[in-house]
Write a new protein. Structure first.
Length: 213
């Protein structure tokens, strides 16, 4: 069974064993190291994730993905200053990549820096006006800052890009349903779309589901 198949089936421990076996004879194989970091992240072994990315950064110092990956691990470990420093580096390496700003914005938002997150999401949208996720997430930040009118504009644009037509949906009277599984029936799918109009949390979960991020 291939390593990717083991990962797909959620057998992360076996997948990690296979990767380590291969690394024993090719310890600086960057593809294997990146795969190892990915598996360790699934296992929530963030300390070792940092160690693997330290090696990768030494081998590939200009690869923004490695800084972003280590930044996520630092965030989970509570090393917030180090996390932001890595996301700053990723942005510096790829200043024209909107996803780098959106990723840093997500961390800033979770750390309570809503103004910083707003600036980063705005920059991400400037670089990629079709980025519905950043538009949606900017709306969530604008809500936290009390900028309701701007938030609704961001949500409306995100809905438009996602193909959601609020004018054809009715407002639900019950709380938003939980996140649906990936295979859903039409009735459940449209119930989820309805919930987007009144639930910021459900809106955020839906866009993650829709765009597979």
């Amino acid at each position: 069974m291939t390593i990717e198949k083991l990962i797909e089936e959620g057998n992360y421990t076996a997948a990690l064993d296979e990767v380590r076996l291969l690394l024993a004879t090719d310890r600086y194989n960057t593809t294997l190291l990146q795969l190892q970091a990915r598996i360790l992240h699934k296992l929530a072994d963030h300390t070792e994730v940092v160690e693997v990315y330290n090696t990768l950064i030494n081998l590939l110092p200009s690869d923004a993905d490695n800084y972003a990956g280590r930044g996520i691990a630092f965030y989970h470990l509570g090393h917030h200053r180090l996390s932001l420093a890595d996301f700053d580096k990723a942005v510096a390496l790829e200043p024209a990549n909107g996803y780098r700003y959106a990723s840093r914005a997500y961390i800033k938002d979770n750390l309570g820096d809503h103004l910083g997150a707003l600036a980063d999401y705005t920059r991400a949208i400037e670089l990629d006006p079709e980025d519905a996720i950043s538009l949606n997430n900017r709306g969530l930040v604008e809500e936290k800052l009390g900028r309701q009118h701007l938030a609704q504009e961001s949500f409306a644009r995100a809905d438009e890009l996602a193909g959601v037509d609020p004018g054809k949906l009715s407002y639900p009277k019950s709380p938003a349903p939980p996140r649906p599984p990936r295979r859903v029936g039409l009735k459940q799918f449209f119930a989820t779309l309805k919930s987007l109009l009144t639930s910021a949390g459900e809106r955020k979960r839906f866009y993650r589901f829709l765009f597979n991020r």
